[in-house]
Design a protein around this ligand. Structure first.
Ligand code: VG1
Ligand code: CO
Length: 540
């Protein structure tokens, strides 16, 4: 097999962020754009010769081509074994599981996760390390740095590998294994949860609708829910991965999964509605006419974790990303467990999970996970809920209401302000940072500021420092504003404003209760002054 060096020129915009490198598909289609990213990743790794690389994709447009390019580059770079899902498909949590199960050196995942797909949409690549966790921040920085200097690639010339069937073949001295993407993951879920109890739940007439958003989880969900657990056929909707996700924006929330929300609030609502995102690491849960917020959902998982035999005696502690409202904290406090707050991005949970400081973690965007894999895992979270519903025989509404009665309710909302003016978001945040000392004791109509600070994080295990992860403003009446810039926009910039307020009143409409806080945030952050009128606002 002839391995040859190809000269290349760097692109200056290849920066690995919160979840790898995420850009417009058209950017990735530029000459050597993908190749530069892949070679830069390989150039920052050592000791992988002869070892195993896993390659997976969420099935989006350009993946089919990208997977073939990566196979050839991995062979040229001397990986000894490549494991790849049939048709290139593997969800992010399934990859994370396989890395551990097959003791792989690492994995490349082709996805832009919740960002829309297609020619006009986004594409992305991320690298996961040998524990199954996303590359830590310092490795991501090394990838970006290498991308800015790259001048050659390693390549082979060979026909494409046929990924349409499961088989093994050898190319050069590299073994290529095309596997069923679903079976290992499904097997693992059966080791974690009580499938018999959930089967009985469905047998007794429990109804569920799961929206796979035409993205990666369809095949997993059909097999697990409909075949293994006996949920009726049609439980999984939008269950075939499509290159453009059928035009859907695969972000499971009140805005982008509106059809599912409407179903949950309709007369014919099933007992449970759920959805996942593009690469299968996020989820959403709704009971009949009842939306479970990500923060409440995480608190529920903590409350019930030791009821799942797999976790019995293994609840070491928990963590939430800083933007996530603090419902989890009260449960941890009650159970005398530590509750950590991390910056946004799953990579910050990795060291805590590995060091057994935590068993459970989650984010405000409906990512949740545990030590079972080192990624967030959407279907796992839904199975966790099903297991809870099966053992308690309660509805999601009842489960969550009981939690509120016990610990109080935390009302939460996220406002995302998207603008094409990237500088405007930076100016707003810079100005807010510089105003911090003067904010303290400021009074608005409804609230006064108690504390304000920049969120800097020191990893409790590695001591690695990550600075400037947002601004925390604690207000009177148990209210909080957290503000930061999104790290996953592929164009322009998005300011994210996370509002939360604790209350013993559990009956209010979140919209009403949080309205004065939203007004205070507008005034305090001076959103109108910095971002002007040309903003697209999403409320989740
Ligand atoms: C968003 C979410 C964050 C999540 C990230 C990646 O980030 O807010 O919680 O970790 O997406 O998720 P940002 O920087 O845009 O706020 V995924 O499932 O899209 O990889
Ligand atoms: Co995702």
């Amino acid at each position: 097999m002839n391995i040859f060096a190809v000269p290349t020129k760097p692109y200056l915009d290849q920066k690995f962020g919160t979840s790898g490198l995420r850009k417009k598909t058209a950017d990735f289609q530029q000459e050597n754009y993908l190749e530069n990213a892949v070679q830069s990743i390989f150039d920052c790794l050592t000791g992988f010769e002869g070892k195993t690389l896993i390659i997976g994709s969420d099935g989006r447009y350009y993946s089919a081509h990208a997977v073939q390019v990566i196979i050839k580059m991995a062979i040229a770079n001397q990986f000894g074994h490549i494991i790849i899902g049939q048709e290139g498909i593997l969800s992010t949590p399934a990859v994370s599981h396989l890395i551990q199960k097959r003791q792989a050196f690492g994995a490349l995942i082709l996805t832009a996760s919740h960002n829309p797909a297609g020619k006009e949409g986004d594409f992305g690549i991320k690298y996961n390390i040998s524990t199954g966790a996303p590359a830590p921040a310092n490795l991501g920085d090394a990838f970006s740095d290498r991308c800015s200097k790259i001048d050659r690639l390693w390549m082979i010339q060979s026909p494409d590998v046929d990924l349409s069937y499961q088989h093994e073949e050898t190319l050069g001295s590299t073994l290529i294994e095309v596997i069923d993407p679903v079976s290992d993951y499904a097997q693992y879920m059966q080791e974690i949860f009580d499938f018999e109890a959930i089967k009985t739940l469905f047998k007794n007439g429990f109804k569920m609708t799961f929206n796979a958003m035409n993205a990666v989880t369809g095949p997993y969900a059909k097999y697990i829910f409909e075949e293994l657990l006996g949920a009726e056929s049609g439980t999984v909707i939008n269950g075939t991965p499509l290159p453009d996700f059928g035009g859907l924006h695969p972000e499971p929330n009140l805005v982008y999964a509106k059809d599912l929300v409407d179903l949950a609030y309709s007369e014919n609502a099933p007992d449970l509605c759920a959805a996942s995102d593009g690469d299968g690491d996020r989820y959403m849960i709704l009971g009949k006419s009842f939306f479970v917020t990500p923060a409440d959902s995480l608190a529920v998982l903590a409350e019930y974790i030791e009821k799942i035999p797999f976790y019995k005696g293994k609840f070491y502690g928990a963590a939430r990303s800083m933007p996530t409202a603090d419902a989890l904290d009260a449960v941890c406090h009650k159970l005398k467990k530590e509750c950590y707050q991390t910056p946004t991005g799953w990579k910050f949970f990795g060291s805590l999970l590995e060091d057994k400081k935590i068993s459970l973690c989650g984010e405000e965007s409906f990512g949740a996970g545990s030590f079972h894999v080192m990624e967030k895992d959407g279907l796992w979270a839904i199975l966790f809920w099903l297991n809870i519903l099966a053992i308690t025989q309660k509805t999601p509404q009842k489960i969550v209401t009981e939690l509120w009665k016990k610990y109080g309710r935390v009302y939460a909302k996220t406002y995302s302000y998207h603008t094409n003016d990237t500088e405007a978001v930076t100016h707003l945040l810079d100005s807010l940072s510089s105003r911090i000392p003067g904010l303290i004791d400021l009074s608005f109509d409804d609230y006064s500021v108690l504390k304000a600070s920049i969120f800097n994080y020191t990893d409790p295990v590695s001591n690695e420092q990550t600075t400037n992860q947002g601004i925390i403003i604690d207000l009177s009446k148990g209210a909080r504003i957290f503000v930061r810039a999104s790290g996953t926009s592929s164009s322009g910039a998005t300011l994210k404003v996370y509002l939360s307020q604790k209350s013993t009143d559990i009956q209010s409409d979140p919209k009403d209760l949080l309205q004065p806080l939203e007004k205070t945030a507008q005034d305090l952050l001076q959103i109108q002054k910095y971002l002007g009128d040309k903003v697209e606002i999403t409320e989740t």
